[in-house]
Design a protein around this ligand. Structure first.
Ligand SMILES: Cc1cc2nc3c(=O)[nH]c(=O)nc-3n(C[C@H](O)[C@H](O)[C@H](O)COP(=O)(O)OP(=O)(O)OC[C@H]3O[C@@H](n4cnc5c(N)ncnc54)[C@H](O)[C@@H]3O)c2cc1C
Length: 477
């Protein structure tokens, strides 16, 4: 019997599991994907929002603001790139200048530091902003984070501290036997005293296995452009337009890896599995972005992608026990600002809900830090040379766009949440993230994975089942 089963290893389930690992509890974390953070948590803007725009008093406002404050410590403990570059919301008309004043009031109600910039101040901070820009709202506490390692390292830290992780396992039914639950997957059944539903876009389906909930999730897609590393200075902050009922709008920002990201769109969709992008939508994203920053070099685009938000009929996060059994906890509708909110949501779920259901006894051995591995890109030449002397694999470059070595990829397999796919390697060390998008390194990465797991290279997948890279052997060497 488990004390708790957490369904969903996105950022929400990852931080809840990490928080639970602080206590003497048997915790099982289940995800149907073959890697953690493989759905909405890997396809978003990756902005650690300051919290200037959620409706005051909402759960979004509360957890955004609390979560933002936790990121310096989290990024240090989990060895994740995080930079507080600040955000500027740009007004391009007199009416929008008035709206900025409303946003400033909202920021202060939410307890977020912000101030209005004059036209001249804005241009000093952002020389490439549109000539139509009349002013902006600066929120200095906003940041950018590496969303991939945020989730991978949070789960790794949870596993290092005793949480059991089952990937590639889909929850298909839950029986509520009143004093415990039976969670049935496509592979096995698990008894658990408490179940936490953090299944992202799958939350409503999971919740309805236990009760007829009074809320509904609607998927809303967002499409993006990613630009290659480009002369730094196109923008220095996260640049937003004024928010609307559709969301925060199309932003232009640096990423934590010095690329630029432009997007997202906001379209209601039916299919939660369709991550395709389309020309007209991206054309619209481009038009909206160039209204803010006219000189975006779209000839430097190296990738387009999309993510899907689970928007709720309540227009807010849903974080509560089920009405039929308090031991079933829904953490649903975690759309933006879910990434920044996740650590604070985890504190609330465990300290305020789980603590009333189970005896929480602190685990003395809990270590909040993960083991740090070498990152060649961040070392000076002397340190690199020493590392290569110790282990020549650090001297063999596999991804020449992003300068990722064999040693760094092999280190991944020693971690407690190792990669099994080419995409999982890409998310963790950025092999394949550069200009050639894996054209040169993915064959090597495929062979490295095959060698590590002792499988035939034709069995190695890019991502999900059916995405094998090599179809068949044509020559036997
Ligand atoms: C376009 C876009 C832009 C965004 N920008 C930002 C931003 O800049 N800043 C910010 O703070 N937030 C942002 N967000 C929101 C943020 O990405 C999400 O709030 C967050 O990733 C949600 O995490 P999650 O763990 O709740 O869900 P997910 O990451 O979707 O994880 C849920 C997991 O549950 C698993 N699952 C589902 N069903 C089952 C099942 N039956 N059995 C087992 N496992 C199951 C899935 O495989 C998945 O891994 C954005 C979102 C989008 C789409």
């Amino acid at each position: 019997m488990y004390d708790i089963v957490v369904i969903g290893a996105g950022v929400t389930g990852a931080f809840i599991s990490r928080k639970l690992a602080r206590f003497n509890l048997n915790v099982l974390l289940i995800d149907r994907e073959n890697d953690v953070g493989n759905v909405t948590s890997n396809a978003n803007s990756a902005i650690v929002h300051s919290g200037y725009d959620p409706v005051p008093g909402s759960l979004k406002a509360k957890f955004n603001v609390l979560g933002n404050k936790m990121f310096d410590q989290i990024s240090d403990e989990l060895d994740v790139h995080f930079y507080r570059i600040g955000s500027i919301t740009v007004a391009t008309s007199e009416a929008q200048l008035d709206m900025l004043k409303g946003l400033l009031e909202r920021s202060h109600e939410n307890g977020v530091e912000a101030r209005i910039l004059s036209k001249e101040e804005l241009r000093d901070l952002e020389p490439n902003v549109s000539p139509n820009a009349l002013g902006g709202l600066l929120a200095p506490t906003a940041g950018i984070v590496d969303p991939f390692n945020l989730v991978a390292h949070a789960v790794e830290n949870a596993v290092d501290n005793g949480v059991v992780l089952h990937l590639d396992e889909e929850v298909i039914d839950i029986k509520d036997l009143k004093n415990h639950f039976v969670v049935k997957t496509n592979k096995a059944s698990y008894e658990s005293k408490v179940v936490i539903n953090a299944a992202g876009l799958g939350c409503e389906k999971i919740a309805r296995m236990v009760e007829d909930v009074d809320w509904h999730l609607t998927p809303r897609k967002g499409e993006y452009f990613v630009l290659d590393h480009y002369d730094l200075g196109l923008v220095n902050h996260v640049i937003f337009p004024l928010p609307s009922e559709k969301g925060k709008g199309v932003l232009v920002s640096l990423t934590s890896s010095n690329n630029y990201i432009v997007g997202p769109s906001s379209e209601l969709v039916d299919d939660t599995e369709d991550f395709s992008t389309d020309g007209p939508t991206l054309g619209d994203v481009r038009r909206q972005a160039t209204d803010l920053i006219p000189s975006i070099p779209f000839n430097q685009v190296i990738r387009v992608f999309s993510g899907i938000r689970p928007t709720t009929s309540r227009h807010d996060f849903i974080i509560e026990s089920s009405k039929v059994n308090p031991n079933f906890i829904n953490v649903a509708g975690i759309e933006s600002p879910g990434l920044v909110s996740a650590p604070a949501i985890a504190e609330y779920v465990v300290d305020e809900i789980v603590s009333k259901l189970l005896n929480l006894e602190a685990k003395k051995s809990f270590n909040p830090c993960i083991k740090k591995y070498a990152k060649l890109n961040e070392l000076d030449n002397k340190a690199r040379e020493e590392l290569i002397k110790e282990n020549p694999e650090y001297g063999k470059i596999i991804c020449s766009c992003e300068k990722v070595s064999l040693g760094e990829i092999n280190d991944l397999f020693a971690r407690s949440v190792p990669p099994h796919t080419v995409k999982a390697v890409k998310k963790r060390v950025r092999a394949g993230f550069g200009k050639c998008q894996g054209g040169f390194c993915s064959p090597y990465v495929t062979l490295i994975i095959a060698k590590h797991y002792g499988i035939n290279p034709t069995e190695v997948k890019w991502d999900k089942d059916g995405s094998e890279i090599l179809l068949e052997e044509v020559k036997h060497a």
